[in-house]
Design a protein around this ligand. Structure first.
Ligand SMILES: Nc1ncnc2c1ncn2[C@@H]1O[C@H](COP(=O)(O)OP(=O)(O)O)[C@@H](O)[C@H]1O
Ligand SMILES: [Mg+2]
Length: 226
């Protein structure tokens, strides 16, 4: 099978108020593979993920998702790619507290136009796969950090994305929950065929990735993964 690049960044540059945050960043991850992004705080890890997700507009360089050039698309097209082909996971398993866990998971699918019955069926299936099916209708605010993060993983997968981007997904978890969530995350490329990009400070998490991209303090880039 040819190596299909699910997410690709070429010579990426990002600036804020004329300050260079990312320069000449290169990243390439194929379906079924994972890359960890590591580096001290403030080196642009979150910024890079936001560029890959098409949330931030790059100064120069190219981002491709599944071969399509995200960086040349208008905002609405970028938003559509983000909704359907990118799953995002944040540090604290940010869920909407007013909605139940299963409503949180189903929401991106509903927004993407999946019919209600199918969206909820898929959501329940994912919650079961992630071991939190019994919490589907629990009050979201009562979930533990690890439980929230598992629901957040389900939400990231509900549109069957090409790429899952996770920003310090285990950053707020204890060692046991970190292990559980890391196991689930690194299984995803195999079980769901997506590419996984994980920002992490945790070496034990980073070594599990197929590649590591190290962002540096001095020149804010270096390192080629993929
Ligand atoms: N909107 C912004 N305005 C000004 N500076 C920003 C903005 N976003 C990020 N930065 C700066 O860019 C740098 C990289 O930030 P970030 O990507 O959050 O780093 P990391 O995730 O590696 O800790 C930091 O110095 C941060 O202060
Ligand atoms: Mg960050």
């Amino acid at each position: 099978m040819p190596d299909v690049l699910a997410v690709e960044a070429r010579r990426l540059r990002y600036e804020v108020n004329d300050r260079v945050i990312l320069d000449e960043v290169e990243l390439a991850v194929s379906k079924g593979n994972s890359t960890a992004i590591v580096g001290p705080s403030g080196t642009g890890k979150t910024t890079l993920l936001m560029c890959l997700a098409g949330i931030l507009k790059v100064k120069a360089g190219i981002v491709r998702i599944d071969g399509d050039e995200l960086t040349s698309m208008k905002a609405a097209a970028r938003a559509a790619v983000r909704l359907r082909r990118i799953g995002l996971i944040y540090q604290f398993g940010e869920l909407l507290p007013e909605l139940s866990p299963i409503d949180n998971v189903a929401l991106p699918a509903l927004l993407a136009g999946v019919r209600q019955r199918s969206a909820y069926g898929r959501s329940r299936h994912l919650l079961a796969e992630l071991g939190v099916e019994t919490l589907a209708e629990a009050p979201t605010a009562a979930l533990s950090g690890g439980e929230r993060q598992r629901v957040a993983v389900a939400r990231a997968l509900v549109t069957e994305p090409t790429v899952v981007l996770a920003d310090e997904p285990t950053g707020s978890l204890d060692p046991v929950a970190t292990d559980v969530v890391a196991n689930l995350l690194f299984d995803l490329p195999k079980t769901h065929g997506c590419a996984l990009v994980v920002v992490t400070h945790n070496d034990a998490v980073a070594v599990r990735a197929d590649d590591v991209l190290r962002l540096g303090v001095k020149n804010n880039n270096v390192g080629v993964a993929g």
